[in-house]
Design a protein around this ligand. Sequence first.
Ligand code: GDP
Ligand code: MG
Length: 729
Amino acid sequence: MDREKIRIALAGNPNSGKTTIFNNITGTRQKVGNWPGVTVEKKEGTIYKYGRELKIIDLPGTYSLTPFSIEEIVARDFILEEHPDVVIDIIDASNLERSLYLATQIRELDCKVIFALNMHDIARSRGIKIDAEKLTQLLNLPVLFTVGNRNEGVEDLLQKAIEVAESDNQIPQTRRVKYSKDIEKCIHNFKEFLESNADGNLPYNARWTAIKLLEDDKIVKRRILQKLGVNGPKILEEAKTHRSHIMSFFDEEPEIILTDERYGFIAGIVKEVMTTSRHRRVDISRNVDLVLTNRFLGFPIFFFFIWAMFQLTFSVGAYPMEWIDSGINAFSGFLAGLLPPNLFRDLLLDGIVAGVGSVIIFLPNILILFFCIALFEDTGYMSRAAFLMDKVMHLIGLHGKSFIPMLMGFGCSVPAIMATRTLENEKDRILTILITPFMSCSARLPIYIILAGTFFPENAGTVIFSIYIAGIVLAVITGKLFRTTLLRGTDAPFVMELPPYRIPMVKSLLIHMWDRSKMFLKKMGGIILVGSVVVWGLSAFPRNIEYSQNYAQKIHQEKKAMETLIEAAPNEEAAELKHKHQAIIEKLEHEQQIETTEKSYMGRIGKTLAPVFEPAGIDWRGSVALLTGFVAKEIVVSTLGVLYATGDTNENDAEVLKNALKKSGMTPLMALSLMFFVLLYVPCLATVATIRRETGSWQWTVFSIVYSTSLAWLMAFVIYQGGGLFGLV
Ligand code: GDP
Ligand code: MG
């Protein structure tokens, strides 16, 4: 039997509780994707209830439906073009006036609407009373109260939505936004003109089209031209006449007049339906803000939180990291015992398990970091941080909102770049995307730890800290540079939204944390798996290498000699001789390993690349490691391990690698330029893919790759050559 299908769209301001209600309705059965062609997140969930198939769509949060930001266009297009059976507008009842701007605009569209007055608990605690019945009468649509985070009223809301969706009632035409007499007359005339000139081909409802054309709405204009052929230009011409008519007697752009009138209408509604009791509870948020955004206290508190976040991420994360590490080692030891030594075993152990293991090991750090970020966001602190950083960010011509992606960049560039979606202005977004990768991501840290720990054992912490700072400084310089050249523009004045502080819901924290981590794991897991196998393949092939000497035979001889010694009586001398042979065997094995890597495909690539990197103080092994770092920065350390240390790095990797690095001829200065190169050069494949997706342009993606890599080379060159001039090594 075919179930009836109903599509329900959730609209509302950001932070009004849409996602909470969405999760309440759908449970966890949700699908996250992008709207085709644009990079705005789309959540969809299908549930079967009341004998029907209900498809719920969480539209992007917006304050209005003007076609100025991607979110607004997406939300509006969805309602206009996809015709959901009913739209639920989630309204923040504690912020009725602000929410009604979007609400009235939705009401003007040709669709069935219900209002959910969410955050009813907050409204009540602030002494705000809303007369739902009156609101229903005034706007001619159902109004219900909900408390999203306690799942109150959500079931009723759903039932009401189904009822409205299935009712035969046409969309109520009365009691929508009313404009002043002159404007209404203008709308009316133009509407008639539209109806008589469109031959029934109007893409949208006539009154709405008339209003939008009076407002000079780009998208509606384009649709009209597409859809109405020869009549299109005629209609736009008529719109122009009406516009200049309005302008002539209001002396203002029609869109401003209409916006003003909508606000007037809303102010009227609010006056009718809302009463605020005088005994308002003390506004806690405002008091908390007195401290947290205080001119003097704000920054220290903010830096403390950031410090605490990193502390938590790295020191607490270190424990589970160790467990996972030993788990992986045990697993790989188990597999090693199970399989006969052959190529397949090498692929499985050195390629797949080692490669994927290197990502999974970061999972605790990533989970903690994303948990902290979710906590900042859900409590409302994130926007305070952005507010604080606003002045600083203005130095690069960006505003405080860009700070959030940059902060997240210290964790991982992929979600950080996705976070730029909150920026309305296209140029701001691209600029932020270009500089975010300079925030040293957590995958680069192990590289610094190894290199700084080896070559600057006394000041490793300071060196690593300076690298992070260098990344920030170069991001600022880059931002300034591009802001005054490629991406010129004024930073649009804006008001930072300061939502009230809220005690976060554990469930929503976990969902936010998991959403991001899952994406990270999925992307990185896939790419790293492929990358590790490729890296392994390049270093394991070709198999038939012509060695400069017959290692196998020599090792065999030494072993033979040792066995003879063991058979002899265990006296002092024999033990010493045995030791000597042992050392020779190890040296031979080491040399063979080095020759194997040098002659492998990876070694050959490295040697080809070496001349490019040489002026920057990076040898062929470093070059190969950097190359593999394009797949994922996590691979760099293991590549260094393969190339510098001997094959068997299983026991105490880091120590073996450190010793090998010390003996390799690398100097502190070379290590420093390598670290700078790692900091700045092209981010990993997953990040590049994200940049492509979020900018929607190959040009910017290639530009970002070329710029960052050139900068990396230049900085490494300056450090290496400059240091050399001053006699540093
Ligand atoms: P969205 O931006 O519209 O998707 O809003 P979210 O669903 O992410 O909700 C923003 C915050 O408001 C979350 O911390 C929710 O836990 C909280 N929240 C949602 N509904 C209510 C409510 O009815 N009352 C209260 N006090 N908090 C709510
Ligand atoms: Mg949301």
